[in-house]
Write a protein of this length. Structure first.
Length: 304
């Protein structure tokens, strides 16, 4: 187990509304293709642009899932082999030239079946096929209902349906962009790709995103654990809260730290162990030196 320390500039959440959030990753991203979502960097971007049936509650620890594209948690047969999922009816893919007239169409159960089956197409050389190996059959019962039949009981399958590998993609986009599909994502999530330039990705909010609001309690808010962050001020805000997100992929810890401390470039960073020695006052409990505690919010993150 390793302990990572994530620092966030002390910005009052309401000042973020209608602005740009500048985010930093300590790795690199080569594609935004769900069948190639084998890294946390790819998965983070993919689940921002695309919908998955389920998603993690942002604040709940231990981790919990909640419905996203699905209307509710799945109905599971007594033998644990059949999952029935109903999907929301007010969901549309973002506008894109791949669709007739450039207007995004409604997401249907057939899109989910198509997206999962892409992992079994040899031409896609999916990195994530192993996640679906226990699925015997997935089918659309009607436009808004799917069933998943498993070869054997697999409680992990629900978490697979929250992973970027399960992102729902439209066939039209795959056929139009072909090998370039990984750089032309078309989803139904809150964000759309604005640009990829070098080591920077810019996302802008999807103007056609369904009317959903951020419910902090639905996401596991606890006043004792999260009150200091000011996130309560975002309760009830329409998603997405900001207009755009800039993601910078900065490998060098020193370069990332310099960018973060300028306060005008990135607003979030993860510290390397070497940096932590100078910034932490204590590891048990994790506390910042006074100098840094006055400037930043932080969260210790345990990772395997």
């Amino acid at each position: 187990m390793k302990l990572f320390l994530a620092l966030l500039a002390q910005i009052i959440p309401t000042t973020l509304i209608g602005s740009t959030f500048q985010f930093s990753e300590n790795g690199s991203l080569s594609t935004i293709e769900p069948t190639q979502s084998g890294t946390e960097y790819a998965n983070r971007v993919i689940t921002s642009i695309y919908d998955t049936l389920y998603e993690y509650k942002y604040l709940a620890r231990p981790y919990e899932l909640k419905p996203n594209l699905a209307e509710a948690m799945p109905e599971i047969s007594k033998d644990g082999l059949t999952y029935t999922v109903k999907i929301k009816k007010n969901v549309r893919f973002a506008d894109d030239p791949c669709f007739k007239g450039g207007k995004g169409r409604a997401v249907t159960a057939s899109d989910i079946v198509y997206s999962v089956n892409r992992h079994f197409d040899p031409e896609n050389t999916s990195q994530q096929r192993w996640m679906f190996e226990d699925i015997k059959e997935i089918k659309a019962v009607d436009d808004h209902t799917i069933t998943i039949e498993l070869k054997k009981p697999d409680p992990q399958i629900i978490y697979t349906l929250a992973h970027g590998a399960s992102a729902v993609v439209p066939k039209e986009a795959v056929e139009k962009y072909g090998k370039e599909f990984g750089r032309h994502p078309v989803g139904s999530g809150p964000w759309i790709l604005d640009s990829i330039v070098g080591t920077k990705i810019k996302l802008k909010k999807n103007p056609g995103y369904r009317a959903e609001k951020f419910d902090i309690y639905e996401h596991g808010y606890d006043e004792k654990a999260h009150g200091f962050t000011g996130i309560k001020q975002l309760h009830g805000q329409k998603i997405p809260v900001v207009d755009s997100v800039d993601i910078s992929f900065i490998d060098q810890p020193s370069a990332r730290w310099l960018s973060f401390t300028k306060n005008s470039q990135i607003q979030y960073t993860v510290l390397s162990p070497d940096q932590s020695k100078n910034i932490l006052a204590s590891k048990k409990p994790v506390t910042l030196n006074k100098e840094f505690a006055a400037k930043y919010n932080f969260a210790p993150i345990t990772d395997l």
